[in-house]
Design a protein around this ligand. Structure first.
Ligand code: BGC
Length: 445
């Protein structure tokens, strides 16, 4: 497996998961700062502060990236660090932090790939209804324009939103911030996040940047029927796909919600309020599609069979840690984008990674996270195959540069190539980091 010299290798993080400094230098609270303080919401009772203290260790972290040999760093801006109340007054110190980071990346020949919104809505906006208030589209638009004007071409890749489904989970299901529950809330928040995306693209085009591209990052976890010839399983998987990733890429690429989703929303009294022209606003032409891909999902009408899925399913296999390993998921997702949606723009795999590998220090002082290497390697093989078959995939970002604050799972799920000691902030390269470094080196030969 060898990638072309211009294939972009990167590592990814997001602001709330690595920066820490949640209350420093004028940053306002975001919905996760507040949600994490509600007892019972985060598995280990932790908060996103101090996370990896990246707000202070950014320079050292960029050096680590340099040593890894990556071409690009994907990070996100913390909206409430820049606009502490979400709108209005600007926090110059927040802008300065990202300026320092972006300059340092350029000094080290690492291309910034920045996401405007990775789940951390300013809490002051939540107090006005957050993603349920249609005004959020303009609030987001103002924030986006500010960033485009401030950083413009110094960021070659911009993404409007990371995984819009997280907003659905936060407003519909309650196990993400802000913790609201109700299908109608979830669908409404979804609709607004899509509109915000469209508004972000419009604002980006207004700036007429010459060396920057814009896209969105969506995760595709395609649902498969556990029993491929069983009508009920097929129907469940179909509907789940409609409710999940297709509810984003249909509006973005086809300018509509599917009939199946509209029927579902009608029947379940959760049709979002929409206005004429919304779909045109959402379906803007993009420059690239950011694909996050971790796995597939198996559905079955008989829940007891899901427990036995190791024995039943065809095609997947299992890692020692019990998680299904289905690296073909990324190939399937790319095919869906090209064949079913004819997206006509390059794909960048913006996230892929795993947790629950061996994370202990062995007697030799190293962390032998072999399962992670197998997992990442498996996905890269399928990406390579897709490229060989003519699919335009331009890059790959491992999630994540380092262990960080994994949302509702707190510090208990470690996804990093680099181990982080959250007490001392000491970083240690895992075997997977050395493996990734080597893979990049070999591809450059
Ligand atoms: C998110 C990341 C998260 C990762 C692992 C992705 O869906 O974008 O923020 O840490 O999955 O769960």
């Amino acid at each position: 497996m060898k990638f072309s010299k211009d294939f972009m290798f990167g590592v990814a993080t997001s602001a709330a998961q690595v920066e820490g400094a949640a209350l420093e230098d004028g940053k306002g609270l975001n919905i996760w700062d507040v949600y994490a303080r509600i007892p019972g919401t985060i598995t280990d009772g932790s908060t996103p502060d101090p996370a990896c203290d990246h707000y202070h260790t950014w320079k050292q972290d960029v050096q680590t990236m340099k040593e890894l040999g990556v071409d690009s760093y994907r990070f996100s801006f913390a909206w409430s660090r820049i606009l502490p109340k979400g709108k209005g007054e600007i926090n110059q110190k927040g802008l300065d932090f990202y300026k320092r980071l972006i300059d340092e990346l350029h000094r080290n020949d690492i291309k910034p790939n920045a996401t405007l919104y990775h789940w951390d809505l300013p809490y002051e906006l939540e107090r006005e209804g957050g993603w349920l208030n249609r005004d959020v589209v303009d609030w987001y638009g103002e924030y986006a324009s500010l960033l485009f004007k401030e950083f413009g071409d110094s960021v070659p890749y911009w993404a409007t939103i990371n995984e819009p489904i997280a907003t659905y989970v936060g407003y519909g299901q309650g196990w993400f911030a802000p913790g609201r529950i109700g299908e109608k809330f979830g669908r409404q928040a979804n609709h607004h996040v899509l509109l915000a995306h469209g508004e972000g693209v419009r604002r980006f085009r207004e700036e007429n940047l010459k060396n920057s591209q814009i896209g969105i990052v969506v995760d595709i976890w395609h649902h498969h029927p556990l029993r491929p010839d069983h009508a009920e399983d097929i129907a469940i998987a179909e509907l789940e796909n409609e409710k999940a990733y297709r509810s984003y890429i249909n509006p973005i690429f086809k300018g509509c919600y599917s009939d199946a989703l509209l029927k579902y929303m009608e029947e379940n009294n959760c049709m979002p309020d929409m206005k004429d022209g919304d779909m045109e606003k959402i379906a803007q032409k993009l420059d690239f599609f950011g694909l996050n891909c971790y796995n597939r999902v198996l559905d079955c009408a008989d829940k007891s069979l899901l427990k036995l899925k190791k024995e039943i399913n065809a095609g997947g296999n299992y890692m020692d840690n019990g998680n299904e390993k289905y690296p073909k998921a990324v190939y399937d997702a790319a095919k869906i984008l090209v064949n079913d949606y004819q997206i006509g723009i390059p794909i960048i795999v913006t996230e892929n990674g795993t947790y629950n590998c061996s994370e202990e220090f062995a007697a030799d002082g190293r962390i032998h996270d072999t399962e992670r290497i197998q997992y990442l390697n498996g996905f890269l093989e399928w990406i390579h195959k897709a490229i060989e078959e003519g699919i335009d995939i331009r890059g790959y970002y491992a999630w994540s540069l380092m262990d960080n604050w994994e949302w509702s799972a707190g510090y208990s799920y470690r996804f990093g190539l680099i181990h982080n000691n959250f007490e001392t902030q000491e970083r240690t390269w895992k075997d997977s980091a050395y493996w990734y470094q080597n893979l990049i080196r070999e591809s450059r030969k």
